[in-house]
Design a protein. Structure first.
Length: 86
């Protein structure tokens, strides 16, 4: 299955390691270092911009999404987009 993260971006649900609320970055300096490291390695894709509400960690990179983590969770549980469409 695939999940829509915003803009025109779809990723495989099997590639997702974790989905977090964006506010967690501000609450913990270790999280901030993790994100900064990802930026330096060019492994961060920011599709949320100033509207970022969640962080999606995958096997390849990190995404900032304008959708809340609860919305993304619901979409992944519902099988929002089936593999058979691709």
């Amino acid at each position: 299955m695939y999940i829509h993260l915003g803009e025109d971006l779809l990723i495989k649900t099997s590639d997702i390691i974790a989905i977090f609320d964006f506010g967690l970055i501000e609450e913990n300096s270790l999280n901030q270092l993790f994100i900064e490291s990802s930026i330096e390695k060019h492994q961060l894709i920011d599709i949320g911009g100033k509207q970022t509400k969640s962080i999606i960690i995958t096997t390849d990179c990190i995404y900032f999404s304008p959708f809340t983590s609860s919305t993304l969770k619901k979409r992944s549980e519902m099988g929002w987009i089936q593999d058979s469409l691709f």
